[in-house]
Design a protein. Structure first.
Length: 587
């Protein structure tokens, strides 16, 4: 992928060029093909872009990509899949398309002052656009939560970055926000909404269309979209009126049409795990253009699906390469993950993602396809059947993925009430949008919506971007594209979790499995597995095996050891948090 860094000196004091470039070097791996940067306004503004070249041909100079009139400059991370169509509809009579990249189309749209930017984009993106004459900076990211920016501001600086590391390197002095680490003990995974583990460093929300005025040092936040408005009663009624066969065909055609835009000309690969989501995506891709490399990680002693991989290979007509993992590999590589994500691991399967990224890079791929988020959107998590099959309080979010949980731990002078209120406020808004549904379906649809837009975005999407891009790879995923998500969230529940199915294998994600059966035998619909990895084994590399250090730092007051159901999860959280703090060399 690409890396973006912007640093503005608010007091008109010239930036230290050397410090800026050293900080920017943290983003080199995200875009090693081309490095572009400029200093503006007597060195008070620095904008940097490391580029992983996927489309077009880049000019071999150090200057940022700019518009034809030389006024608009951009630093861009992502991929606009429909950039050729945008050229035809907006810029055909104004610029020559010859060898143009999506970045050049993007920046010239701002010169042209095209309307509805960035709503017209089909893709994933986070970018800054400098209007040099007006001294204004536009800051934009996508609405489905694939690409984002971290930012920091104080009385001296305003900084934006694709990762946390350049900000920390530039500031030199930083403080850990232990409140955010405490919140982690009340959620399923590590998923802060806007804050990070470092005081003053935050995340922008999705659908951002902000403006930073350089003259006034003022950041004005606006949004061009709201995913809540994607919930649509008319669309739901349309899908509900279709036969099962028609609804299935509609979704399959939409996935194929989107993949035709997403499959790159560069060498690419696919994660093909034997699960429904990733394996179906590989099959759909193969129908258009076979991938060069298919990979799966074999976690020794845990992955029961591995023995079926040769059968999937036969159906695909392509080899699926198996990467070996075990407890020792997991413990060895977990420290590497902390240096990349700069937080406790969002979920304990990041080591597997790191291994996959390493292998794709060795195979010289620039792009790979994964299927994270599909379980949340389609109701495929194992726990859903258990918690949703009975009657419950339909006004309350009972999904553990987007609500506050209790693992039997308490802290001195701290409660999770503020975090809980944030989640409950969002829940009420989503629940209201689904008001046209019956109670149980309304509750489940609301929970699945939140599980994607809170948990999956903040856990899977973010960590996937950080881990993969660190290995100069662009992760892609057809299921979480904006137009596809709009279809999924409006599908009737019977296509996600069909409690009335007589076939146990077709209760969860039945519509995806119907498409799956067009490409594979029914016997290859395998039992769902949990997240792979050996998280609790990581305690063997801790300096303080009894968690004394992290207990003191977090002011842990009490741990209810009788809470046996959560003891394993609680132990992992303690291991994860202490390993992260140790990785910062603070203890």
């Amino acid at each position: 992928m690409c890396g973006v860094l912007l640093i503005h000196s608010k007091k008109s004091k010239a930036l230290d060029r050397s410090n800026c470039l050293k900080s920017a070097s943290e983003l080199f791996n995200r875009g090693p093909d081309f490095i572009k940067y400029n200093f503006f306004y007597n060195d008070t503004l620095f904008i940097y872009n490391s580029i992983l070249s996927i489309t077009g041909k880049q000019k071999l100079n150090r200057s940022l990509i700019k518009s034809n009139n030389q006024n608009y400059y951009t630093a861009y991370n992502g991929q606009i899949y429909n950039f050729r169509e945008i050229y035809e509809s907006h810029l055909k009579n104004k610029i020559n398309f010859n060898h143009k990249s999506d970045t050049e189309i993007l920046v010239n749209l701002y010169e042209d002052q095209a309307k509805d930017i960035p709503s017209i984009f089909n893709g994933m993106f986070s970018y800054v656009i400098l209007n040099k004459k007006e001294k204004l900076i536009n800051i934009v990211n996508d609405s489905q939560g694939e690409k984002n920016f971290y930012y920091y501001q104080d009385q001296d600086f305003f900084i934006i970055s694709s990762t946390i590391n350049p900000i920390l390197k530039y500031l030199k002095n930083y403080q850990v926000d232990y409140k955010i680490l405490k919140d982690y003990f009340f959620t399923r995974h590590f998923m802060p909404l806007e804050n990070t583990c470092f005081k003053g460093i935050k995340l922008f929300k999705n659908s951002l269309n902000a403006t930073y005025c350089i003259k006034r040092n003022n950041l004005e936040i606006n949004y061009y979209d709201d995913c809540l408005n994607w919930i649509n009663e008319k669309n739901y009624s349309f899908f509900n009126s279709l036969s099962e066969a028609s609804a299935t065909e509609y979704l399959e055609n939409a996935l194929i049409a989107q993949l035709k835009l997403m499959i790159p000309e560069k060498k690419f690969g696919c994660i093909t795990s034997g699960g429904i989501d990733s394996t179906l995506q590989t099959a759909l891709i193969s129908k258009i253009k076979p991938s060069s490399v298919n990979l799966v990680v074999d976690h020794a002693g845990k992955d029961k699906t591995i023995k079926y991989i040769p059968q999937f290979s036969k159906y695909l007509g392509e080899n699926i390469n198996i990467i070996k993992s075990n407890k020792n590999i997991y413990a060895k590589k977990i420290s590497q993950c902390y240096g990349i994500v700069m937080s406790p691991l969002q979920t304990h399967d990041l080591v597997g993602r790191l291994q996959v990224s390493e292998e794709f890079k060795k195979k010289k791929c620039k792009v790979f396809f994964s299927a994270d988020g599909c379980d949340e959107l389609f109701g495929g998590q194992q726990i859903y059947l258990k918690i949703f099959k009975n009657n419950f309080d339909y006004t309350r979010n009972i999904s553990p993925y987007s609500s506050v949980n209790n693992l039997g731990i308490s802290f001195g002078h701290f409660s999770s009430d503020n975090y809980k209120k944030q989640l409950e406020t969002i829940w009420k808004k989503v629940y209201k949008k689904y008001e046209y549904l019956e109670n149980k379906e309304r509750n489940i649809q609301s929970a699945l919506f939140l599980d994607y837009f809170i948990q999956s975005i903040n856990v899977a999407n973010r960590s996937n971007d950080l881990i993969s891009c660190n290995f100069s790879l662009e992760p892609r995923n057809v299921y979480i594209q904006r137009n596809i998500v709009k279809i999924i969230i409006n599908l009737p529940l019977k296509y996600k979790i069909n409690f009335f199915s007589k076939d146990p294998n077709m209760i969860q994600k039945p519509i995806l499995k119907k498409i799956f059966l067009k490409y594979f035998d029914k016997k290859l619909i395998l039992k769902k597995q949990g997240f792979p990895g050996y998280p609790n084994y990581a305690k063997n590399i801790l300096k303080e095996k009894e968690f004394k250090t992290i207990s003191n730092l977090l002011e842990i007051k009490k741990i209810n050891k009788k809470n046996k159901l959560s003891s394993r999860d609680l132990e992992w959280k303690l291991i994860n948090t202490q390993l992260f703090i140790e990785s910062l060399n603070l203890i």
